[in-house]
Design a protein around this ligand. Structure first.
Ligand code: 48F
Length: 262
């Protein structure tokens, strides 16, 4: 097959990549919202926040989307979603199979891809390979004012490299079971008065509602969503049913939209 391909030399390839990357970092160094973690709750929050017009930056430690979605249940590639979370999935064109009244099965690859795509299309900036390892705080009033970030690769190599900082009006811990951001804030800023009881064992029916009900602000400027809620509020886990994750992502977005735009 004969094909005429535009010729681009290595210097131009490198220059374009460096320039465009730095423009993104420069623009987002002062964001409305920083979300930590591209699992189901973080991606859903990013979608609704960006859709509301907030400058939304999401950092994901890995080079992939979806957090726990991709692993499904014991690597089986289907997950359970229940009413009313199905409305959020339908909004981003994820197909569902109803297996009983109000209970649906979703394909994990489709779930990850379409949720991430919707967040990006809404205007959220997602940067992979970056780990949030600390927060910025301010006094009078006491608040969380942003995050400290480092390349995941730098951390994995145990190199002693200082981070850079990103300012934000709201920081969202969507890091899943370990609630990494709030754990750091609780340890390093005791004045915030955050005590972390830790997640309880599985009780799926109860856990779904409890996680959504307890989603939201934990300190000025600091919010929690998804499984991090269970860790921070001492709630049971629920396993491979994901309704609460997307409902929690939407709930945290709604609270931040009110707080930031007031
Ligand atoms: O774990 P994860 O999917 O969090 P979630 O949105 O959803 C939980 C469910 O997947 C599942 C469950 C539901 O029943 O139990 O576990 O609460 O996604 C968390 C994402 O955050 C990234 C991590 O790689 C994952 O993709 N992450 C964690 N810590 C950091 C981080 C960090 N410090 N910096 C950047 N990314």
């Amino acid at each position: 097959m004969e094909v005429k391909i535009k010729q681009v030399d290595e210097v131009r390839i490198s220059r374009y990549i460096i320039k465009e990357t730095m423009e993104d970092w420069y623009q987002f160094v002062d964001s409305d919202v920083v979300i930590v973690g591209a699992g189901p709750s973080g991606l859903t929050a990013a979608y609704y926040l960006a859709k509301a017009g907030l400058k939304t930056l999401l950092f994901e430690r890995r080079l992939s989307f979806g957090g726990g979605i991709g692993g499904g249940a014991m690597l089986f590639h289907k997950l359970v979603i229940e009413k009313p979370a199905d409305e959020i999935l339908r909004e981003v064109n994820i197909r569902l199979k109803e297996v009983e009244d109000g209970v649906y099965i979703v394909d994990s690859a489709e779930f990850m891809a379409k949720l991430a795509s919707a967040a990006i299309d809404a205007g959220a900036k997602i940067i992979h390979g970056v780990t949030v390892d600390d927060v910025i705080f301010r006094e009078n009033p006491l608040r969380v004012a942003g995050v400290a970030v480092e390349w995941t690769a730098t951390q994995m190599a145990s190199l002693h490299v200082d981070p850079i900082f990103i300012a934000a009006k709201a920081v969202v811990d969507a890091t899943g079971h370990d609630a990494e951001v709030i754990s750091v804030a609780a340890r390093k800023i005791p004045e915030l008065g955050i005590v972390i009881p830790g997640e309880k064992s599985a009780y799926s029916e109860k856990a779904e509602e409890l996680v959504v009900m307890n989603t939201g602000k934990v300190a000025e400027g600091l919010y929690v969503t998804g499984m991090a809620v269970a860790e921070v509020k001492g709630l049971p886990r629920m396993g491979p049913i994901f309704g609460a994750m997307v409902l929690s992502g939407k709930a945290v977005a709604e609270e931040i939209i009110k707080d930031v735009l007031k």
